[in-house]
Design a protein around this ligand. Sequence first.
Ligand code: NAI
Ligand code: 15L
Length: 273
Amino acid sequence: PAPRTVLLTGAAGGLGTLMRGLLPAYGYELRLLDLLPIDGEPGAVTADLGDKEALREAVRGVDAIIHLAGISLESTFEKILKANIEGTYNLYEAAREEGVRRIVFASSNHAVGFAPHPEGEAPHAPETLIPIDTPRRPDTFYGLSKSFGEDLAQFYWDKHGLETVSVRIGSCFMEPTSVRMLSVWMSPGDGARLFHAALTAEDVGHTVVYGSSANTRLWWDLTTARGLGYEPQDDSEQYAEKLIAEQGELDPRNPDHTRLGGHFVTNPPVWPY
Ligand code: NAI
Ligand code: 15L
């Protein structure tokens, strides 16, 4: 049966807030969890991913989990280790113990951030797009934790039959705000479509997908995402003229402009606490 009750971790965050707005229309009943309390949601679970008891209680009885919680930018290895690596392990253990069948894991483009992206005129030829099985090349400790999360997901599938769709999200915000984002933008509506597909596709085992809209300037291959039944409806191209006028075209001599991870490869934004 299709999942109905879904635990959304990281529900107070940017993507969590967008998905809290969009996913109920697909018929999901969301249970919310975050380290921070959520305004107007007195039923939300306020818990740290380090609290195993709280996680076990939070996952009890849900059909699936969308795991967004964690440090979403670069930080010290010690902080990333606790929130993203141990935290994701704790959540998988809780899910295994409580018999949850599927997790949608918010991986990131930064798990492969050092991969070079196709250059030159878009749209890029299909054979030049970054394939889903390209060797992982994390660009930060943050990206390294997402790489670990994908391996953890594979292990829990092989060893315990717990399914995961790992979504290497590009940039999911209301609008793209940089020339790079024109290539990796995922509109909130497409994000909800992709999460819905990841929750409902059959026999996913552990499937890794890139998460973006059908952008004209796409750098990566959306085949595995489409294989879940995802049909993106949006394209960032409508924002291209304005962003390029403000910021200029990407410069192939600039190392920040030639790798999938963009400025994360040289000067990543740092988690504030
Ligand atoms: P965000 O930083 O806005 O939200 C993350 C949430 O996780 C926050 O509300 C924070 O309080 C919570 N959190 C952090 N540490 C926690 C802990 N130890 N226990 C419980 N909750 C904790 O990030 P955003 O943009 O909403 O991203 C959500 C997820 O998607 C993250 O895992 C991020 O790495 C991933 N992602 C997001 C992208 C995007 O474009 N927004 C792109 C690629 C990946
Ligand atoms: C990410 O993984 C971050 O969580 C998000 O805040 C964006 O910076 C995004 O990548 C990106 O690459 O634009």
